[in-house]
Design a protein around this ligand. Structure first.
Ligand SMILES: Nc1ncnc2c1ncn2[C@@H]1O[C@H](COP(=O)(O)OP(=O)(O)OP(=O)(O)O)[C@@H](O)[C@H]1O
Ligand SMILES: [Mg+2]
Length: 249
């Protein structure tokens, strides 16, 4: 998608005779995808045979293959499990896939979500002192925008400080999306018991009730990737031998 230039995209739009959907490049730019390690990575870059348990790979593949149908049903995903097992990679891959299909989607870590809500308070306070400043969205406006996105991925649920305020805003967002039958993808290290403690049973019920729930098992892919990098470096430079062999984790 990103290799298409404007003319290519215009041609495709004319050919399919439809301009009701936004263009993938613009959607991609607004999706808040994190720069860096996931650049250029898609679902296809997952090492599918390494996903554990194997049945969950089939579920994710089906979700991706029939994305529009699942989204139309308001069905999201709860991806939970060990660190480094591919939950965020999967969520980002699905957001990219949706954008490529012309469906608006946004990726937000829980930290980013709460920070951007808090920032609306600062802006509101600031705007009292600065005359002529264009008033930016208030908290309700931002929550409303996120509540109406066709697909929202919330990454790392449970890493945020579980203050009553944070729980309340998460509930409001999840509840509005649930009522509107809009799908949410959530990733978390918390299993069901810990998650209910952290977010409360009302939020959990709505997430669980409108999602395929998938547990990621398996080992930490980051360690595996590091070992592969060190092996490669070791083969290029003999001085790294000692360093590489001391890195067991
Ligand atoms: N099955 C896999 N195939 C290819 N790469 C993978 C796989 N699983 C994880 N990775 C890679 O390992 C790294 C960690 O994956 P990811 O960030 O998705 O893990 P996570 O489950 O979200 O971990 P955490 O719970 O710590 O947030 C990423 O660079 C990702 O691309
Ligand atoms: Mg993650």
């Amino acid at each position: 998608v990103l290799t298409c230039d404007d003319d290519d995209l215009r041609e495709v739009e004319q050919e399919i005779g439809c301009d009701c959907r936004e263009r993938p490049v613009e959607l991609w730019q607004r999706a808040n995808l994190p720069p860096g390690r996931f650049d250029g990575l898609t679902l296809a870059d997952l090492d599918w045979p390494r996903l554990e348990p194997p049945e969950m790979a089939i579920t994710i593949q089906d979700y991706a293959d029939h994305l529009e149908d699942w989204l139309a049903e308001g069905m999201g995903l709860v991806l939970y499990g060990h660190v480094g097992t591919g939950k965020t990679h999967t969520a980002i891959g699905l957001v990219k896939l949706a954008c490529g299909m012309g469906i608006e989607a946004r990726f937000l870590t829980m930290g980013e979500l709460l920070e951007s809500l808090k920032a609306t308070y600062d802006r509101e306070r600031g705007s009292r002192h600065r005359r002529g400043e264009v008033r930016t969205r208030d908290e309700a406006g931002l929550l409303g925008e996120l509540a109406e996105l066709p697909l929202l991925a919330l990454d790392d649920l449970g890493t945020e400080n579980p203050t009553p305020w944070a729980r309340d805003r998460l509930y409001r967002l999840v509840n509005r999306r649930y009522l509107a039958r809009l799908p949410t993808i959530v990733t978390t290290n918390l299993g069901p018991d810990k998650m209910v403690e952290r977010v409360g049973d009302q939020t959990l019920s709505r997430l669980w009730g409108a999602s395929l729930v998938i547990e990621f098992r398996g080992s930490d892919y980051r360690t595996r990737a590091k070992q592969a990098t060190l092996r490669q470096l070791r083969s290029q430079n003999v001085r790294l031998l000692t360093l590489a062999s001391s890195q067991n984790r």
